[in-house]
Ligand binder design. Structure first.
Ligand code: PMV
Length: 356
């Protein structure tokens, strides 16, 4: 596609305030490995979450100087330590929103999930901020279509953090080119669209907080290490093939097949970490304890529960809403003990970002 369609022609600076809430997401088909800037080596697919969200308000103030400036507040406190990451983001998107140079931005953000819970907040944070930026563009160009609004928001978010492109819409999004999905793109995520089996609209995600500390290896470093991983090419192929297999399953609701692909993807992601140079492990002993308990429970109770992992030690338990009662008892009786301070977050598939 011609990316020039994303270059804004907006000029006149206006005083404007907007607030957006964007959700976190959990990938079922994992993105791990990229080219500059956030062009994925394979397509990915995720559940958009519902209660794990970032809320961001931006006050756009026309500035006298030509220099772009911003203040970032997190939980009500000015946090200049976030500035380098935000500055890189603004540099990456400046070409597409040249009007930004006429402004000083006051950005205020907070997360619904506990601070430092080990849940990556960059996806929801970059998505919420991108939606605020798009809201100003929409104000300046009221005829902008809704489709373009969300597409460019996802495009901008991707330039902040790849997985953020999938945190704009819901309930299931796909980012990265796939031959069977004609409108799929490496530049922005698209919604699954028609035909999603209704069981997935209310799918549950209980996030077991195994380790709330900072990760020993960041995602950016992990992506980077894929350049020299001897298994990388096969992994990119495997992920693409797994997406091809998963797409019809998301329509049929065949949970047995769903579980096999989702768990294979989670373990393949971590296998890449273990085979990078230098190698690293982000799972903790309790991650494996939980996985084994889930497998035992699934076999004995014949309930369609499975796990996935992101780049960390926490475990996401995925299951249909209909089994919530039984699975909550299982979590409280057998899994909670493996969580740091017994903490977990009960979330579920959500509809996407909202303005508030
Ligand atoms: O968006 P990033 O650069 O933080 O990478 C996210 C990588 C995983 O969470 C491990 C997988 C994914 O697709 O979200």
């Amino acid at each position: 596609m011609n990316l020039n369609t994303f270059i804004s022609k907006a000029t006149a600076p206006v005083n404007f305030i907007t607030s957006w809430e964007a959700p976190s997401n959990i990938a079922l088909i994992k993105y791990w490995g990229k080219e500059h800037i956030q062009i994925p080596k394979n397509p990915s697919l995720s559940f958009t979450l519902s209660s794990s969200v970032t809320k961001t308000s931006v006050n756009f103030k026309p500035s006298n100087s030509e220099n772009f400036d911003f203040d970032f507040f997190f939980d009500g406190t000015l946090r200049p330590d976030f500035n380098p990451k935000l500055l890189t983001f603004f540099k990456n998107i400046e070409y597409y929103i040249p009007w930004i140079n006429g402004y000083k931005l006051i950005i205020k953000s907070n997360n619904s999930f506990p601070h430092s819970s080990g849940i990556a907040s960059s996806a929801s944070a970059m998505a919420a901020l991108s939606l605020c930026l798009m809201d100003l563009e929409k104000y300046l160009f009221p005829k902008m279509s809704e489709a373009f609004f969300y597409q460019k928001a996802s495009f901008l978010a991707r330039l902040g953090s790849g997985s953020a492109s999938r945190s704009i819409q819901g309930p299931v999004t796909i980012w990265g080119e796939n031959k069977t999905l004609k409108n799929s793109s490496n530049h922005f995520a698209i919604s699954f669209g028609d035909g999603l089996n209704k069981i997935f609209n209310s799918y549950q995600d209980t996030i077991l907080l195994v380790d709330k500390g900072a990760k020993s290896v960041s995602s950016s470093k992990g992506h980077d290490l894929m350049h020299n991983n001897p298994f990388a090419e096969n992994r990119f192929l495997q992920a693409s093939n797994n997406l091809d297999l998963l797409l019809p399953i998301m329509k049929s609701g065949d949970l047995e097949s769903f579980i096999k692909i989702v768990e294979l993807e989670a373990l393949s992601l971590h296998a890449m970490m273990m085979t990078s140079k230098p190698y690293f492990i982000l799972m903790k002993p309790n991650t494996l304890e939980i996985i084994n308990k889930v497998w035992e429970f699934r076999t004995s109770q014949k309930l369609p529960i499975c796990f996935t992992l992101d780049a960390g030690a926490n475990v996401h338990l995925l299951y249909p809403l209909a089994y919530k009662k039984d699975i909550s008892t299982f979590i409280d009786q057998e899994l909670k003990v493996f969580c740091q301070n017994g903490q977990y977050i009960s979330d579920q598939v959500g509809k996407g970002a909202i303005k508030f």
